[in-house]
Design a protein around this ligand. Structure first.
Ligand SMILES: Nc1nc2c(ncn2[C@@H]2O[C@H](COP(=O)(O)OP(=O)(O)OP(=O)(O)O)[C@@H](O)[C@H]2O)c(=O)[nH]1
Ligand SMILES: [Mg+2]
Length: 192
């Protein structure tokens, strides 16, 4: 197997815990998915990146989708993925308690990411019946916030795209990736 982390063409798929990162990769994957274990730069431990890929037609290249591990103590490290082409950040639209973390990470990415970032407002299909025992308010997971609602609630930069997403649905994942690819191409055009 190639060294996925050193591959030329890769997109980082990250986001809050349980937001649907692995599901997103699985829905679009066309290669044998896997995990690549890497050692921390200071040698203090190992961790595994989950990945999948899409062969690029008429070339020998594969576009890799790489999910950094969620198990690190200091959040989802992006090293050594700074040479990636772009990043999809998944937010669980039903879990507003995670929005604060998403907001902090997205602000950091907006300032420092050397590549385009698209936000996926995931789990748009989720709909739990109201539990009348609690006065009509949904308990546990809530009905999803819309993509626009998340853009406003997280006070994201106006130029940052937030797309509705259902990570278990291939067509939905495709729409998010195509938007990101357009933004990557627009950035390249801007550099000419
Ligand atoms: N209804 C619904 N469920 C989803 C969707 N995406 C993911 N899930 C479910 O959410 C749960 C978590 O999905 P994962 O893909 O494992 O999420 P993850 O972000 O990779 O999780 P960690 O790596 O553990 O942080 C699973 O039960 C998925 O089936 C979605 O769009 N809609
Ligand atoms: Mg995962």
């Amino acid at each position: 197997m190639n060294n996925v982390l050193a591959a030329q063409l890769k997109i980082i798929v990250t986001g809050t815990r349980g937001a649907g990162k692995s599901a997103f990769i699985r829905s679009i994957n066309e290669i044998l998915p896997g995990c690549q274990v890497n050692t921390l730069p200071d040698g203090s431990g190992d961790f595994a990146y989950y990945y999948g890929g899409i062969p690029i037609p008429e070339t020998d290249e594969t576009l890799y989708l790489v999910e950094p591990p969620s198990t690190e103590p200091h959040g989802r490290s992006l090293w050594p993925l700074t040479d990636a082409s772009g990043l999809v950040y998944l937010v669980d639209s039903t879990a507003s308690l995670t929005f604060h973390e998403a907001q902090a990470t997205l602000n950091m990415l907006d300032t420092y990411a050397p590549f385009p970032v698209v936000v996926a407002a995931n789990k748009q299909d989720y709909n739990v019946p109201y539990d009348t025992a609690y006065g009509g308010y949904p308990m546990g997971q809530h009905i999803p916030w819309t993509a626009d609602g998340i853009h406003r609630a997280l006070d994201l930069p106006s130029g940052m795209t937030v797309m509705p997403c259902v990570a278990t649905d291939r067509e939905s994942v495709k729409r998010v990736l195509i938007e990101l690819l357009y933004e990557i191409i627009a950035t390249m055009d801007g550099m000419k």
